[in-house]
Write a protein that binds this ligand. Sequence first.
Ligand code: SF4
Ligand code: SF4
Length: 440
Amino acid sequence: MRVMAQIAMVMNLDKCIGCHTCSVTCKQLWTSRPGVEYVWFNNVETRPGQGYPRRYEDQERWRGGWKLTRRGRLVPKAGGRARRLASIFANPLLPNIRDYYEPWTYDYESVAQAPPGDDFPVAPPRSLISGERMDNITWSGNWDDNLGGMPQHESDDPILARIQEKIRLEFEQAFMFYLPRICEHCLNPSCVASCPSGALYKRVEDGIVLVDQDRCRGWRMCVTGCPYKKVYFNHRTGKAEKCTFCFPRIEIGLPTVCSETCVGRLRNIGVLLYDADRVPKAAATPREQDLYPAQLGVFLDPHDPRVAAEAERAGIPHDWLIAARRSPVYDLIVTYGVALPLHPEFRTLPMVWYVPPLSPVVEAITASGHDGEDHDNLFAAIDVLRIPVSYLAELFTAGDEEPVRRSLRRLAAMRTHRRRLNLGDPVDPSIAESVGFTVD
Ligand code: SF4
Ligand code: SF4
């Protein structure tokens, strides 16, 4: 057993209200500088939606433009010297500024100087990069929020009214939720593996993945190599930048700024202990669906005295062992199995985990006249969720629906249990038993 420590985050998606406070405070702290105007180390995506940068999950789009030569150099796969040079300077596998979005501010000057008129003047958007007016903004993160639309009043026109009814029925089937994202600080970070300059590294003491700015030569292979597209290029400094898990704050015992300012209080930070000898190698895993359980098998119970002894031998500070025991992340991920990783099939072993959203189940049940807080009703409804289990499984378990169902059932049971406590009802052991736990 080779015990190592990894900092991790678990986010409860039921609690995210999409307020973007986390993104804004992160931006204030880390990326409010020239060259990284378009960069959001923390972004909150609309789901379903294209994400940020758009279509980042479409791995076919970014795949395989480079190969390793016998001398260990990464070169573009096809083409002569001219193509090779062109690829280096305009790598088609990199997201371009339109995939992220061209950041803008508003031209408030024009409002101040507008002559009196019948209409209230508005500030037109202006590019933060070129300074020019942007009259035709076609994309930005969370654009998907605005793709919906619902007629507010019923039309008098019978044809229009019929169309409205059709839209209304379709919208009743619609669902959405928010997915906050930071760098995953992966156990197998492909950004580190793809950097030809050795500028990206994973800290031994806590697993935080960082870019050494002095060593970075601006190759941007890390941008291509990260399946979550969470490394960004600073076009002023010519260097790569990424989420640092707020390491200067972590080192003095403070949480990341996104966690501290999260309005929904949904981000749990903690320390996971894992056996480095058991970390599955990306190529050694035969089936994508096997990755999720294989990932779980890596973590060690911090309460196990043998693990504690090994951790001490490995030089893990006592404080970190205490942190591993006190934080809820191990229990949420391993003991209760309610937190799931984002796209485990990307094979980098991501260390940001998500408790899938349950709320719309309640809505679906209460609409049918049942008690939405009762776990029996919730269990029965899990297959007719407003958010399809298959969609959640696509995001969190490489399509395997069973872990998602298990997580949702346990969340439903916990909700019923808490409500009983709040109402002063006695603890009902059958609730825990129904989801595979026993009550002492
Ligand atoms: Fe590297 Fe991307 Fe993983 Fe972050 S999410 S550690 S940038 S591979
Ligand atoms: Fe969601 Fe919290 Fe971010 Fe608000 S601050 S968008 S609740 S993660």
